[in-house]
Design a protein around this ligand. Sequence first.
Ligand code: NDP
Length: 272
Amino acid sequence: VLKDYVNGFPKESDMLINDSATINLKLQEGSNVVLVKNLYLSCDPYMRGRMSKSQGSYVDSYTPGSVGILGMPGMTAYAGFYEICAPKKGEYVFVSAASGAVGQFAKLSGCYVVGSAGTKEKVDLLKNKFGYDETFNYKEEQDLEATLKRDGIDIYFENVGGKMLEVVLANMRLNGRISACGMISQYNLEQGDGVRNLFHIITKSVRMQGFMVTDYFHMYPKYMEMIMPLIKQGEICYIEDVAEGLASAPAALVGLFSGRNVGKQVVVVTRE
Ligand code: NDP
């Protein structure tokens, strides 16, 4: 449970375990209400926006003391990549904070995919498990602009914003597309960084589009139809970072903002 609204970087002590928190449901016959037992919790970066009173985030703020529910990362990757980027075989794709599912969609589309992450372990996973064509650790690059130069970028799946977005803009190809999914580098700032290089959007006819996964929930059946066979055939793999017990939830959530998680962060509430 969130104690109070947060300024800057969130801390474990911003949250507390409250055994007595209950949701008031009217479980009466014919009330169309079901009661579920919560086995797993999801930790997602968007929750940071909800921990501020008003941050111009893409979701409403939490009410301190109240209980929160579910996120939808795979569907986000699907909608953000296919619907916004309209990928074509052979295009050059760059994904930041790439240890999610997006780059795999890019590989399935026959694109050349470059991904960045913040640790050696994640970079190795991108290359060896997820099949990225090229990878780099953005924290170790002295000259990010030169690192991203290569052959230019047709599609950028934007997860971090800030400096990374600036250098990507300078390296976009003509008629490129940017899917603005998230900007995690900005979530703990009182005021966002100014972004340079926006003029490239004009000169290279780049289309940059933000989106909210909630606007694409109607596509969920189509997404499931595509993703389920791919998972069963091993064409899509996923990594979960599993924190044990409800008491580990605050640390798991805070860890997203320093990159402590490797893969999708979940919390096991109970295995029974
Ligand atoms: P991840 O599991 O990728 O966890 C976040 C990762 O971001 C960290 O592990 C860390 O990896 C990286 N990171 C943290 N701080 C920074 C920073 N300052 N600069 C660069 N990278 C940083 O998260 P998700 O896959 O769940 O989410 C990815 C993005 O998608 C987020 O921005 C999120 O807000 C957005 N999102 C948007 C939705 C929408 O509807 N538009 C819905 C769901 C998510 P590393 O070690 O590589 O630094």
